[in-house]
Design a protein around this ligand. Structure first.
Ligand code: PLP
Length: 402
């Protein structure tokens, strides 16, 4: 490894929610561990790794120019995104005019829905559901209609196309959020699955908001297919959202962007984003993106994916071989695993709440599945050095799954 993914960073007191925001275990925030245990942050979706050196260097270079007035994004910003999508996602038709800044991917989701829906309209999502969709969509007055993903006999999460179609028709739906790769299921959709979903959406005039924030974090040999590339219809009727934040641990810098090919849709989403006057980029975040989407950033990302693949394999194998009754799909992308503990709790006669707390007590700071519309499950983010993954499972063996 050229880059360091093994040092355990001390993020305490360094503006890191993952370690400093622990509370009493109510709501979004897990509980602090009991005396004698440190917390291993496996909950909020960021990483306990330093970002790529090229990101830090790009910001340092900019800091040498001590003026931070109003500015316009540089050509190099757009060039970096175009090159990243060409080399990492196989996209050859992306041009500057298709790209637009978004203050967070969730901000982009809300802007897109502001164009596609009226308050009270129904929006299709899959469940389990990323908690940010639940809050952002519900908070803006739209109703989420959940189509459950189904874990098949081989332990692979699948879309239920018949269920999606039924819900679209019954609820008069014209907008869907498609999470690809899927958080929290860790699924990297195959091209034919995306094609089938887009055919369904086309048949029923459902515009698509495709959240591809996780699309650089591919485990093992999995390949991401951009939603817009599967058909001409998908190309023109999809708002795709991306960011370097998950890939390079930059969520605190904020700096996402949309890709929209269809000019009607693009003009409307851009206008909607402008209305708030909040949708403005930060100059350091622009430079961070240029450092990230560079040849060195790509090399760093490749190594990161190897580290995450090893962590995900370890976690998956450990759960499968040691915790009878706990079901877990092999993550194909992202760095999150969803472990279904319902049978285990039932067999042991313990409540799900007690199980979640037993983990928190010993510093296995996982995330409560109820936040993801998935009661009885825990979400485990393996975005920590491998030694901490091993330590977390060692504690689960000794104190939790006993
Ligand atoms: C699927 C998905 N979309 C969006 C976000 C948040 O993106 P942003 O911070 O850019 O709003 C997350 C963060 O975990 C996520 O998992």
């Amino acid at each position: 490894m050229t880059y360091d993914f093994s040092t355990i960073l001390d993020r305490h007191g360094q503006d890191a929610m993952a370690v400093d925001a622990l509370g009493d275990g109510t709501g979004f925030f897990p509980a602090k561990p009991r005396e004698g245990f440190d917390s291993i942050p496996l909950w909020v979706a960021d990483m306990s790794f330093a970002t790529a050196p090229s990101v830090v260097r790009a910001m340092q270079e900019r800091l040498k120019q001590p003026h931070f007035g109003y500015y316009q994004p540089r050509d190099e910003y757009f060039d970096a995104i175009i090159e990243w999508h060409r080399t990492r996602k196989g996209v050859s038709d992306l041009a500057r005019e298709h790209i637009g800044y978004q203050n967070g991917v969730l901000g982009g989701v809300v802007s897109a829905l502001g164009v596609l829906c009226s308050p009270g309209d129904n929006v299709l999502v899959h469940s389990p559901t990323y908690v940010g969709f639940t809050h952002a969509v519900g908070g803006h007055g739209y109703n989420l209609v959940h189509s459950p993903l189904v874990c098949d006999k081989d332990g692979v999460w699948r879309m239920d196309f018949a269920d999606m179609e039924r819900r679209i028709v019954q609820n008069n739906i014209h907008a869907a959020i498609f999470c690809s790769p899927h958080n929290p299921c860790g699924r990297v959709w195959e091209k034919r699955e995306i094609e089938q979903a887009m055919e369904l959406f086309e048949r029923h005039n459902v515009y698509v908001v495709s959240d591809e924030i996780w699309s650089d974090l591919l485990l093992d040999d999995n390949v991401h297919t951009p939603t817009q590339q599967v058909s001409d219809w998908a190309h023109e009727h999809t708002v795709a959202l991306y960011a370097p934040s998950k890939t390079f641990n930059l969520a605190g810098l904020v700096g996402s962007y949309h890709v929209i090919y269809g000019s009607w849709l693009r003009d409307r989403v851009v206008r909607q984003g402008e209305l708030s006057h909040y949708n403005a980029q930060n100059v350091l975040s622009m430079h961070a993106l240029m450092g990230a989407y560079s040849p060195e950033g790509a090399a760093w990302c490749d190594e990161l994916c190897q580290v995450l693949s090893a962590n995900a394999t370890y976690a998956y194998e450990h759960i499968r071989s040691r915790y009878p009754g706990v079901r877990c799909a092999r993550a194909q992308g992202t760095y999150v695993l969803l472990a279904d503990c319902r049978d285990w709790c039932h067999n042991k006669g313990i409540s799900y709440e007690d199980l979640v707390r037993a983990g928190w007590d010993v510093g296995v700071t996982w995330h409560d599945g109820r936040l993801f519309n998935c009661p009885g499950c825990v979400r485990i983010a393996v975005s920590v050095p491998h030694s901490q993954v091993v330590e977390a499972f060692d504690r689960l063996d000794r104190y939790v799954f006993v």
